[in-house]
Design a protein around this ligand. Structure first.
Ligand code: GDD
Ligand code: MG
Length: 353
């Protein structure tokens, strides 16, 4: 089976981390997020993947240019102008080798899922469907595609990001397409599968099947969900062939003997954590440094950024190469841009005494 992964989005909600690095290439559990998806696809028997790239395509080319080092053949196609989800899928059609009635997997590049890909493919075959959508239930469906199904699991409507969703069952961003349905998407223009292709298929009476699977599922498109995904991967809450050994923390850099690093944190290559610091559920990117006495919780410290002594970071994102002075308090979703220099005691959420 072949797979297409959509990796062309700008990752706006993850800025400033996505200024230099497209979302699927951000490191989660010590490797680019995309490698978890590729490893999973490989385990499911996928031998050929085509990446639909647009934003910062150069970063994918630099990483995957060398070919099939992961034991899976990876091709990539770049859109001159972003073509949206449907346009991106159509744009890679020339690279696919499947026959018209064969199934092709299509995945959003920012979803961490433990669902059973083989069972989704089986559901597609059993229903003789045009497209089969993986569906999950979420607490707040407004940010997703709301997808009601009938008694036999057939999709009856597709409402993308509706303020009034008709069901809490949503599109999980993993599809099986019959190859011919990909070829029928209009070429060389922007198309949204969510807003155009799926509603059109339903209107013409095509079989659009739902495959409901309640396994682990997370869209990693926001800072909160990205750190959560990384921590869950490190701890083995969600298994990934790219994380050989689950643990409380993944430590590749240097951690002072009396520092405490836990709750699925990553201290990546060449990164450091100073004396007495506490790091929980956080990602310390390669070459970054957390000073002595800091408390870092559910935060990302970007590549080669430095955090001075006694800082508190809670639900914060520090951009690449930024320098945060001593005794700063960054919390509640604070985002520091790359290369910014913050002086000592420059931002606090509490008194300094
Ligand atoms: N090649 C290409 N070109 N890829 C794109 C483009 C484009 O122009 N625009 C977006 N993508 C990719 C993104 O990189 C991402 O992997 C995927 O398409 C989905 O885009 P997001 O921006 O992450 O969409 P979303 O999370 O708001 O909504 C989508 O995912 C939800 C599940 O996580 C929709 O498919 C929803 O219906 C779904 O519920
Ligand atoms: Mg998303």
């Amino acid at each position: 089976v072949e797979a297409v992964i959509l990796v062309g989005g700008q990752g706006t909600r993850l800025r400033p981390l996505t200024i230099d690095t497209p979302k699927p290439m951000l490191r989660a559990a010590g490797v680019p997020f995309l490698l978890h998806q590729l490893a999973r696809l490989r385990s499911a028997g996928v031998d050929h993947v085509v990446l639909a790239t647009a934003y910062r395509a150069d970063v994918f080319a630099a990483f995957f240019g060398a070919g099939d080092s992961l034991g899976i053949r990876v091709d990539f196609v770049t859109e001159v102008e972003p073509l949206g989800t449907g346009g991106g899928i159509r744009n890679v059609a020339d690279m696919l080798e499947s026959g018209p009635d064969e199934p092709v997997l299509v995945l959003n590049g920012d979803v961490l899922s433990g669902h059973d890909l083989a069972a989704q493919l089986d559901a597609h075959r059993d229903a003789a469907a045009a497209v089969t959508l993986h569906l999950v239930r979420v607490a707040d469906p407004r940010a997703f595609g709301s997808v009601p199904t009938d008694a036999v699991g057939r999709v009856t409507a597709f409402l993308e990001k509706s303020p009034e969703p008709v069901t809490d069952q949503v599109n999980a961003g993993c599809y099986v397409f019959a190859r011919r349905v990909i070829d029928a998407i209009p070429p060389v223009r922007a198309v949204s599968v969510e807003r155009e292709t799926f509603p059109a298929l339903l209107a013409e009476g095509a079989v659009v099947q739902g495959y409901v699977d309640p396994s682990y599922w997370l869209d990693v498109g926001s800072p909160e969900s990205f750190v959560q995904a990384s921590a869950d991967l490190v701890r083995g809450v969600i298994a990934s062939p790219a994380v050989p050994e689950p643990s409380e923390a993944l430590i590749r850099g240097s951690v002072a003997p009396d520092a405490y690093v836990a709750a699925g944190s990553v201290v990546d290559d060449g990164a450091g954590v100073g004396a007495g610091a506490r790091v929980e559920g956080s990602i310390i990117m390669p070459g970054a440094h957390v000073g002595p006495g800091c408390v870092v919780t559910r935060s990302v410290v970007g590549t080669a950024a430095t955090i001075g002594a006694d800082c508190v970071l809670t639900d914060a994102v520090v951009g690449d190469r930024a320098s945060v002075g001593a005794r700063n308090e960054l919390s509640a979703g604070a985002r520091v841009w790359p290369d910014v220099v913050l002086g000592d005691c420059a931002v606090r959420f509490s008194s300094d005494r």
